[in-house]
Design a binder for this molecule. Structure first.
Ligand SMILES: NC(=[NH2+])NCCC[C@H](N)C(=O)O
Ligand SMILES: [Mn+2]
Ligand SMILES: [Mn+2]
Length: 309
């Protein structure tokens, strides 16, 4: 049982149909597909009190009113949406509910983690992803903000007045990555310079996923007493397991490795927020979409306590 959440344990599903942090159409339909697949009832069956918050309708900013700032694309739109998400997440957290935020693209994590840290300032973040998403507006090649949210949270980016609301509330020693395999050269430098712990697929091959999760928790949560925010990008999984996503990278987590991470974090009893991001039902054939949506739901269930036995 969690020592941070209310009793009875209660989860809030927050649909974030948002794609402004990257260019591909369809990722905004991820949350609708996951909810239609029955996620709400699946979590009830695990004994949670479930509140479906709806699919948030974000105020639009059209492209002509949102020219790039430096290389950053859709900066005002992304910022405004993340600000709204932060306040939704922090409201749930304040009530002792566990927000499960369904993306949408991973720029949303600026909002989800920002919201978590307002309520749990000492929370640690476990970021499961093929990518580090730690580019700055200066280092980005794509200009897509879904490749940058971590640098804003750490305060190594975000001086623009448009992002003034983002507090640099995340400390480098409270962040750990699992699953990395496509990290830009400047991102590698940023990880090194800030001493951020990361377990790439190489470490998973070497030690096995069980050991890696243990080491990751040792790095950010040595006494196993800090609240945990799990931000899971579905592209951490191998494209054979989760094909419908915008930036797939081969050589990823197996179905079981992805689930093991979620199960082990559940076992700590410290999980207080979960993101499931980058499910893009627009990018593949129907069978690939079904597979990806279904693995997305099953990762959420694993993190919320679905046991194998
Ligand atoms: N959330 C994601 N899928 N991010 C992919 C980022 C890819 C690349 N590093 C970039 O900056 O654009
Ligand atoms: Mn990714
Ligand atoms: Mn990501």
């Amino acid at each position: 049982m969690s020592k941070f959440l209310s009793d009875p344990k209660s989860v809030a599903i927050v649909g974030c149909p948002f794609r402004g942090g990257q260019a591909k159409l369809g990722v905004d339909h991820g949350p609708i597909h996951m909810v239609e697949a029955g996620l709400e009832q699946q979590l009830r069956d695990l004994g949670w009190e479930v509140r479906f918050d709806g699919h948030h309708q974000f105020e639009q900013i059209s492209e002509e009113n949102d020219p790039p700032i430096g290389k950053m694309k859709n900066p005002r739109f992304v910022s405004q949406v993340c600000k709204a998400v932060a306040s939704v997440v922090s409201d749930h957290a304040r009530r002792g509910q566990l927000p499960v935020v369904l993306g949408g693209d991973h720029s949303l994590a600026m909002g989800t983690i920002g919201g978590t840290l307002e309520v749990y300032p000492n929370a640690c973040v476990i970021w499961v992803d093929a990518h580090a998403d730690i580019n700055t507006p200066e280092t980005t090649e794509s200009g897509n903000i879904h490749g940058m949210p971590v640098s804003f949270l750490l305060g190594i980016a975000g001086n623009e007045p448009e992002f003034a609301w983002v507090k640099p509330a995340l400390r480098a020693n409270r962040l750990v990555y699992i699953g990395l395999r496509d990290v830009d050269a400047d991102e590698k430098r940023i990880l090194r310079e800030n001493g951020i712990k990361a377990f790439s697929m190489h470490e998973i091959d070497r030690h096995g996923i069980g050991k890696v999760v243990e080491l990751a928790l040792d790095a950010v949560n040595p006494n196993r007493d800090l609240p945990i925010h799990l931000s899971f990008d579905v592209d951490a999984l191998d494209p054979t397991v989760a094909p419908s996503t915008g930036t797939p990278v081969r050589g990823g987590l197996t179905f079981r490795e992805g689930h093991y991470i979620c199960e082990a974090i559940h076992e700590t009893g410290l999980l207080i927020a979960l993101d499931l991001m980058e499910v893009n039902p627009g990018l593949a054939d129907a069978e690939s979409v079904r597979k990806t949506v279904s693995v997305g739901c099953s990762l959420v269930r694993a993190a919320l306590g679905e046991a194998l036995l």
